[in-house]
Ligand binder design. Structure first.
Ligand SMILES: C[S@@+](CC[C@H](N)C(=O)[O-])C[C@H]1O[C@@H](n2cnc3c(N)ncnc32)[C@H](O)[C@@H]1O
Length: 274
């Protein structure tokens, strides 16, 4: 039998896009950019009482149970972790960044969430024997581009649980796209689109998984400084954001007040056959 996902040859495309997404950031205008951006990211995660995480959790409530033990990979500041932990027995959070873990702890404390066990390590270094069939659900949110080998990641998730879920934001803000054209003079070619769910789908179908797919709508708000850094965090992967580029972004963002972004995300979940 021929392997249909091989025929699609998505692996080469994945490798190429993944490499681009993981480009190092080139920000020269502020040495404290990373620390400030980590703070912005946490604020965005918490916007409207964790709207993104709450809505994703609502979709997963189709399968969630109060008794569930959940493995979450790449938790960041707790975008999904916090709303999830409020509805299950325990979450084991695998997160490699110390800064993200610091925010996760802070946000747990703020939300009085105590049932999260943090594993501050690289997901790929987690021993498969240690997590085999240990969980009811393995989930990752906005994480897919972080992995080089998508099949290995999905297999590793499946090895640990009865159910799996992948949540991925869809599309990018028009501000970011417009800035791209303003700065580079080129038409936007999807460089910053977070959508990666469509790579997971053919793999899972090839494995015979029946994948449930739902869309959630949510919003995020950023002030002037946060919007500046948000745009720079994308553009800076392709163009050095120095004082001059910063000024171009600033001029564009200024006078627009609080930026409220309407967003959507794709929530996919499936049961692993026994
Ligand atoms: C884009 S953020 C998403 C955070 C959060 N899940 C959300 O939905 O907002 C990706 C997170 O995955 C973490 N990460 C990346 N590669 C990882 C790995 N190999 N193991 C564990 N965490 C990882 C990063 O440090 C970052 O916090």
């Amino acid at each position: 039998m021929t392997n249909r996902t091989n025929e699609l040859n998505w692996r080469e495309v994945w490798e190429e896009i993944q490499k681009q997404k993981m480009r190092p950031l080139k920000i020269e205008y502020d040495p404290k950019f990373r620390a400030k951006f980590a703070d912005d990211y946490s604020e965005m995660a918490k916007y409207n009482d964790y709207e993104y995480g709450r809505k994703a959790e609502e979709v997963l409530s189709e399968i969630l149970d109060n008794d569930f033990e959940v493995l979450e990979i790449g938790t960041g500041p707790g975008t999904l972790t916090i709303p999830l932990a409020k509805n299950v027995k325990k979450v084991v959070a695998v997160e490699s960044s110390e800064t993200a873990v610091k925010y996760l702890r802070k946000n747990m404390k703020e939300s009085r969430v105590e049932n999260v066990e943090i594993m501050n390590k690289n997901w790929m270094d987690v021993d498969d024997r240690e997590i085999k069939d240990r969980f009811d659900l393995a989930v990752c949110s906005h994480f897919l581009w972080q992995v080089k080998d998508l099949e290995k990641h999905l297999m590793k998730m499946e090895n640990s649980s009865n159910y799996c879920a992948v949540i991925q934001p869809a599309g990018r803000d028009s501000m970011v796209k417009e800035m791209w054209t303003k700065i580079t003079g080129e038409g936007y070619g999807g460089q910053f689109d977070p959508d990666a769910d469509y790579f997971a789908y053919p793999i899972l179908r090839e494995w015979g998984r029946l994948v449930n797919v739902r869309i959630v709508n949510y919003s995020v708000e950023r002030n002037f400084e946060q919007e500046m850094r948000y745009i720079a965090s994308f553009i800076g992967k392709y163009v050095v954001v120095d004082a001059h580029v910063k000024e171009i972004i600033e001029q564009y963002v200024s006078g627009k007040g609080l930026h409220n972004e309407k967003r959507s995300a794709v929530v996919m979940w499936w049961r692993i056959p026994v």
